[in-house]
Design a binder for this molecule. Structure first.
Ligand SMILES: Cc1cc2nc3c(=O)[nH]c(=O)nc-3n(C[C@H](O)[C@H](O)[C@H](O)COP(=O)(O)O)c2cc1C
Ligand code: SF4
Length: 641
């Protein structure tokens, strides 16, 4: 076997695990409004367990209603949760996976829209991402919360879960007590490291008393909070040692809190390197004897194996990688690592949706959270034509072929990939290429007939070969109706990426959405002086918040000049005339790049409707949107054939 260390067994306390892979806790928003387990959740966990992960850690689950952080997260706040959790335990145990749950209270990192109440915290300090400041907890309330943690953990055990993980990371309630950044108390719960540790200690001991000496308790810590005045790795090592002494059975080392979230070191986005938090786990491991779990953007089995082998950690948690491909462990174990559908760290389908209080998806895996839907048996086998080999078209072709249809994919260009290829060309966006390569490989594996350089027309329909057509022809970039927009030096961004146009000298990028901002970075990296003009006051508004923050930092470092609330009036020889808050100005421009949006290529769909019964239109051909939308729509259309 290629990854012997990763697939060797390990024990957490007395709990035996079949391998060293853990699924870290991830709130899905799949629970019902009362925090109860749903059938959707059971199906999801069943598919994860079947995929071969040794240890599944269920999401942050609130121990009392005011500590809920997301509208549809799991609860541990009432005995009524036990029956549902029992189903999750059964789903995991059927596949020999150990399963536990993260026990948590959000403290100040929530708001009244979710809980209906003012948040509570050790000190009344407002979190930068939340709208309302918390009120300070009174001593008797703290004592009650300690009991609520213990009761929550007891419920987990009662439900047949194998362990609990105490959430003492990411700036939630326990961390708020541990950290001088959020704890300004001067009573027995604050003022010194020992007093700040008191809440953690009381919670730990109460949980231990509730679950018994043999029941494993894991504690998740933020190795570093990445904020001035917050916990650093030095503090975390001290906390880790104290927890080991108290009887913790394993430590799980993540990082950050909401105040530092945008730095991208909690849920690392595409721009952050792989394995970015491993040094923190390694430092903790050097100082304790209990198992340490490393996490965050560990996507390749080689890297996971190396982490274990080099003793940087005892276990590796892969979160988004399992949303992307629950079969990751089985594929790695059986020599099929090449078939893994890798998480591209886009954060579009998962965490961005969660922060918007929506249910979690995965851009590259439309079946995530829709397991039952994707498992439904095929009705009639059809001959399907898919027009357009971009992300939406290939996703439709993949799902249609997986379900047993006979699929032909038509692409007018020389290669498959559509906008994925262009998307991967901007700096720090290279991971989109993983999806492009995966989908192309899937076309081959699933024996999709691919017709390249084939302009699909009504004549193809008239051959009578096809029962259904899915149109995924994408969109065409638009040019504004302003004087000079048709000049030879005015190009659309896609032409630059596809090598159809070249920028020269000073560049003005028109449009400050994601495409505009990324193109500005792309051109400034090529040493062009770049000015980006955007009519609203928002730059890269559609980007996940951490991507946006990191992108804005890089644009500033690259010297890109940003003019927001500014309109382009006129494009002339060598210059662009713009008007903003401070009046009109001329911007030097040998090249002008338009990034102002696109119009759907839906003409074909209109024409062929008269000739064939079943026509479906997906992705940008309906309305230009993100890759995540195109991939999902393609897959859902294929399910409905
Ligand atoms: C959708 C989503 C929800 C998450 N929810 C939790 C959570 O409930 N508790 C927690 O400690 N971390 C949570 N995290 C962080 C993950 O546990 C993990 O540390 C992070 O995703 C980095 O690992 P990865 O790169 O393997 O995904 C969440 C991450 C995502 C993407
Ligand atoms: S949505 Fe993107 S970041 Fe999230 S799991 Fe899927 S591929 Fe990874």
């Amino acid at each position: 076997m290629k990854y012997p260390a990763l697939f060797s067994p390990i024990k957490i306390g007395k709990l035996k695990l079949k391998n060293r892979l853990a699924m870290p806790p991830m709130v899905r928003n799949y629970a019902d409004p009362k925090g109860m387990v749903t059938k959707r959740y059971v199906d999801h966990v069943s598919s994860l367990a079947k995929g071969g992960t040794g240890m599944l850690i269920l999401e942050a689950s609130f121990i009392s209603p005011e500590g809920r952080g997301f509208k549809h997260e799991l609860g541990l706040h009432t005995d009524a949760v036990i029956a549902g959790l029992r189903k999750l335990a059964k789903a995991a145990h059927e596949h020999k996976a150990a399963i536990g749950i993260q026990v948590y209270h959000a403290g100040r990192q929530t708001n009244p829209v979710i809980t209906g109440k003012q948040p509570v915290a050790p000190s009344p300090l407002k979190d930068p991402l939340e709208p309302e400041a918390p009120r300070e907890l009174k001593i008797d309330e703290i004592k009650k919360l300690v009991k609520a943690y213990a009761k929550g953990a007891w419920r987990a055990k009662k439900a047949g879960l194998d362990f609990v993980e105490l959430h003492a990371a990411h700036g939630y309630l326990i961390t708020q007590f541990l950290s001088p950044f959020t704890n300004e108390r001067q009573d027995e719960y604050g003022g010194t490291p020992e007093k700040r540790f008191r809440f953690m200690e009381e919670v730990f001991l109460a949980v231990r008393a509730a679950v018994g000496a043999d029941y494993p308790i894991v504690v998740r810590l933020s190795g570093d909070e990445w904020v001035k005045g917050g916990l650093t790795i030095k503090d975390t090592v001290q906390i880790a040692k104290k927890l080991e002494k108290l009887g913790a059975n394993a430590l799980h080392i993540s990082s950050g809190n909401y105040a530092s979230y945008v730095q991208g070191k909690m849920i690392p986005p595409m721009a952050m390197e792989d394995g970015v938090l491993v040094p923190l786990a390694k430092e903790v491991k050097k100082n304790v004897k209990i198992p340490v779990i490393a996490v965050a953007k560990i996507r390749q089995p080689e890297m996971a194996e190396k982490i274990i082998k080099s003793k940087s950690a005892d276990m590796v948690a892969i979160g988004r990688s399992l949303l992307a491909d629950p079969e990751w462990p089985n594929k790695a174990k059986t020599g099929q690592a090449k078939l893994i559908n890798h998480c591209v760290a886009c954060n579009q389908g998962c965490i961005s949706r969660l922060f918007a209080q929506e249910d979690v998806w995965c851009t590259v895996n439309p079946a995530c959270g829709r397991e039952a839907l994707f498992a439904k048996p095929l009705g009639i086998k059809k001959n399907v034509a898919i027009v357009g080999g971009g992300p939406g078209g290939m996703s439709a072709a993949r799902v249609a072929a997986l379900r047993g249809h006979k699929v032909t994919l038509f692409e007018s260009h020389k290669e498959l990939g559509g906008q994925l290829a262009a998307a991967a060309m901007a700096p720090h966006r290279q991971d989109w290429d993983m999806l492009r390569k995966f989908l192309i490989a899937e076309m081959k594996r699933l024996k999709v007939e691919v017709e390249l350089e084939h302009q699909f027309t009504i004549e193809d329909i008239k051959t009578g070969k096809f029962d259904s057509v899915i149109v995924a022809m994408g969109s065409t970039a638009t040019r504004p109706r302003i004087t000079g927009a048709d000049r030879a030096n005015v190009v659309v961004a896609r032409d630059l990426y596809e090598g159809k146009a070249q920028a020269k000298g000073n560049v003005v990028v028109v449009g400050g959405g994601c495409m505009g901002a990324q193109t500005a970075e792309y051109l400034s990296a090529q040493k062009h002086p770049v000015t980006m003009v955007e009519m609203s006051d928002q730059i890269a508004a559609e980007a996940p918040i951490d991507e946006k923050y990191l992108l804005m930092e890089r644009l500033a470092a690259g010297g890109v000049k940003i003019l927001d609330k500014t309109l382009v009036k006129n494009i002339l020889e060598g210059k662009v005339i713009v008007k903003g808050e401070h009046g009109q100005q001329d911007l030097p421009a040998e090249t002008v790049v338009m990034c102002i949006g696109a119009v759907p290529n839906d003409g074909l769909a209109q024409k062929i409707r008269y000739f064939i019964k079943q026509v479906k239109v997906v992705g940008d051909a309906v309305k230009p949107r993100r890759i995540t939308d195109a991939v999902l729509e393609g897959a859902l259309a294929a399910l409905e054939l």
